[in-house]
Design a protein around this ligand. Sequence first.
Ligand code: MLC
Ligand code: AMP
Length: 510
Amino acid sequence: MDANLYTLVERHFPAERTQPCLVVPGGPAVDYATLERMSAQVAHALAAAGCVPGDRVAVQVDKHWQVLALYLGCLRAGLVYLPLNTAYQKSELDHFFRDAEPRVIVCRDQALGVIATLAEQLPAKPVVLTLDAQGGELMDRAARCDTVFATVPRAADDLAAILYTSGTTGRAKGAMLTHRNLGSNALTLVDQWGFTRGDVLLHALPVYHVHGLFVAVHCALLSGGRMLWLDKFDAKDVVSHLPHATVMMGVPTFYTRLLAEPSFTREAAAHPRLYVSGSAPLLPETFAEFEQRTGVRILERYGMTETGMNTSNPLRGERRGGTVGPALPGVDVRVVDGDGRACGPDVVGAIEVRGPNVFAGYWRLPERTREEFTADGWFRTGDMGRLAADGYLTIVGRAKDLIISGGLNIYPKEIEEHLDALPGVVESAVVGIPDADFGEAVLAVIVAREGHGLTEAGVIATLKADIARFKVPKRVVFARDLPRNAMGKVQKNVLRATYGGDAAGPRAPS
Ligand code: MLC
Ligand code: AMP
């Protein structure tokens, strides 16, 4: 049987294809028929560019609605969609391209120069096509193609997407997601969150990560509903659209920013039936303040790039603040001690998951993949938590050295390597400190050589030229040495305690 995710999605499209699928405020309303037609044309255009099923298509574009036709077109042609954060810069992109060997790279017109140069240096010389809100080479080619395309059948274990995620060691790894992974998780969420054709999802998330691309888009498409398509999150703008929405999804920063927005009143919040939060911890204070302000409890869920969604507070039933709810149907979640034995209720241990949602491994890294799974097939999330007797999971921290800032992951190791390469730096340590807006903010502690001449502003400016700006430390401090334990390991908890206290206020100017 064909397990292509597009086939599944299409089965849920409304019979009346003139129903809008996506509405851009101040822009077009795009119906299902248009998406069907355009995705067919994109599939043809990619095939004509040389893509065969299994090939990767790397995509670094802004959030305009045409990107949805591109995503669906890739699925239809049996290609592997590889979305990239628009903040990634040259050296980051070079790694993704060399590793994934895409047949086609789709990029913004403004990035064409840089990307075409990178592509030229790759052994396989991918085709580079532009895509912008106004069109571009990809859509020019697509417009000349047939509007009907026979979706390429796929097996459940075939890849639908690769999403890069960094690690505590080595470079970013490609998480391989299959048609089964994405389809099973999407069906579960539609069911658990009660999505129907009448739903209007306020979509203000970026579409290059799991949350905005899979969780949000799939829930809308698999229920035949519609999306209010905002190109970015702006609190005031979002408030103005809430009366037309039934569901909103966001990272915790969306909710803290809404609470800081005076126009976000009980009346303004009254229409949506559901507010979902995830990708980073929602502070219990935010959960409580939101309920106080609106009378509504945010539904918090827990997921990962490698696994999609694992647990969720219930739609009906108790949404317990500070927890991420019980395991989703079909997903197994356990908490284990250092020896891999299941912990009793309320005992903190490592969170492991298993189910059809769990990815197929890291692209071309079988060794790394093996390390992340237990012998009996559970995926080690790297998160620490405890399960209550009634199955509710609470995440208490991370075993992995990871900072989550505004829902985006930053690996200290990667930033430390950049800092250590700067002339005058002896060593560095990067930690996450509390931040009222982003949840966590990146702070760098540098030990520099005598007479180094380095300044906080200088270091920040240098890094901004090299790596995605969201990864760049918001603060840089200089120290005589780094605190170490008896084993010589840097005590990051000491750094967090030393520098974390005064950083919870407004962000330092960038
Ligand atoms: C932007 N900046 C960030 C940042 N976003 N810095 C740290 N963390 C972030 N998340 C930088 C900008 O480059 C800018 O620096 C400065 O901070 C201020 O930017 P801003 O204008 O305030 O940011 P804004 O554009 O409003 O973006 C903030 C945000 C955005 C929270 C709306 O980051 C966002 O949409 N986050 C959602 C990410 C997401 O989708 N995560 C899901 C991952 S999936 P400069 O130097 O440029 O001026 C996943 C699995 C799961 O985790 O479970 O869902
Ligand atoms: P990513 O690699 O971007 O998919 O990030 C996944 C990580 O985000 C998880 O391993 C968790 O550490 C974190 N995360 C996601 N959702 C939540 C949540 N609701 N609460 C706490 N952490 C979360």
